[in-house]
Design a protein around this ligand. Structure first.
Ligand SMILES: Cc1cc2nc3c(=O)[nH]c(=O)nc-3n(C[C@H](O)[C@H](O)[C@H](O)COP(=O)(O)OP(=O)(O)OC[C@H]3O[C@@H](n4cnc5c(N)ncnc54)[C@H](O)[C@@H]3O)c2cc1C
Length: 280
């Protein structure tokens, strides 16, 4: 199916893009890699009157160390994240997660900024960035603001970004190699039925889960159950992982029932913690 008619602009600076977004309000949509927006437009789930293509704005694609963190430009593709030697060395959870996304075509076109703003409940990055305690930089008509990732994901396909804002950068901390991402995917698309990211750090264990609920979430009950344990025994990990879906309302669809998703969340949480600890 063809998308509904739309106007198209290809700004060359972030300021120009923001001005277009401010001018067109809710009618405008940013186009990044197009691997979520274009299918939504073809299905007429999205009908933007103005598409603002940010693909020609220089300087939105990079991975570099900055102020003790690693900064990733929003237009950095999944393939670039997957292949980054800086990330493999300093924040290996992101390349590991990127490698799980879709297929080579999706990874070559899709961007980390687009994935986070789209906030698909089954997308992979949301679990990783929550477990990493990342932050995102949003630029709009009123200037730039930095938002902790826990405040960014609001609900199904909804984030804290305003209509006139562009996500320009994602900031993550350096971690040890003691991280992992374990997912059970929907076989045709690769999207997560339950994807679990685990990070073992100086502050303890952080676990975040995607694919199970309307938005990705931190599995705080699991984290609390293992708090203070540097080398938990397998039975303690299994007991803690059983709380992976506590307090959430699991999604159900033709691919997996709510019960199955909750079960996968527990199994993959145990595996993700075990794998992260084994890499310590
Ligand atoms: C066949 C297929 C399989 C896939 N499998 C997976 C998978 O296994 N795991 C997974 O996580 N994802 C998967 N995806 C989704 C893919 O990762 C998308 O690339 C990603 O979700 C969106 O990134 P994009 O750059 O393509 O964004 P776009 O499609 O261009 O945009 C998505 C949304 O974000 C907004 N947006 C984009 N960039 C910005 C920005 N910088 N600032 C403000 N708003 C912005 C757009 O307006 C739009 O609303 C799959 C997609 C396809 C088509």
């Amino acid at each position: 199916m063809y998308p509904a008619n739309f106007d198209y602009a290809r700004p060359t600076t972030v300021d120009e893009a923001i001005a277009l977004l401010a001018q067109h309000g809710d009618a405008a949509k940013v186009l990044a890699g197009g691997h979520s927006l274009i299918p939504a437009m073809k299905l007429r789930l999205a009908r933007p009157g103005m598409v603002v293509d940010i693909g020609r704005i220089a300087g939105l694609s990079y991975i570099r160390e900055s102020g003790g963190r690693i900064a990733i430009g929003a237009m950095t593709t999944h393939a670039e994240v997957e292949g980054s030697s800086l990330l493999k060395e300093k924040c290996p959870l992101l390349p590991e997660t990127a490698a799980h996304i879709g297929d080579a075509q999706v990874r070559n076109k899709g961007t980390i900024g687009g994935s986070l703003v789209h906030a698909d409940p089954a997308a992979d990055y949301p679990a990783a960035v929550l477990a990493l305690d990342a932050e995102v930089v949003l630029m709009g008509s009123r200037g730039a603001r930095t938002v902790p990732i826990a405040d960014f994901f609001v609900d199904l396909l909804q984030t804290a970004i305003a209509p006139d804002e562009i996500l320009t950068e994602i900031r993550v901390p350096a971690t040890s190699k003691s991280v992992s991402y374990v997912k059970t995917e929907q076989k045709a698309s690769g999207f997560a039925l339950a994807g679990v990211a685990a990070v073992v750090g100086p502050q303890g264990l952080r676990v975040a889960i995607t694919g199970v609920a309307a938005k990705a979430y931190r599995a705080t009950a699991v984290e609390h159950a293992l708090a203070g344990q540097r080398a938990p025994r397998p039975d303690a990990i299994e007991r803690a992982a059983a709380h992976a879906a506590d307090g959430v309302d699991p999604l159900g669809d033709i691919h997996a029932s709510p019960e199955f998703r909750a079960h996968l969340a527990c199994v993959n949480t145990r595996r993700a913690i075990e794998r992260a600890l084994a890499r310590a």
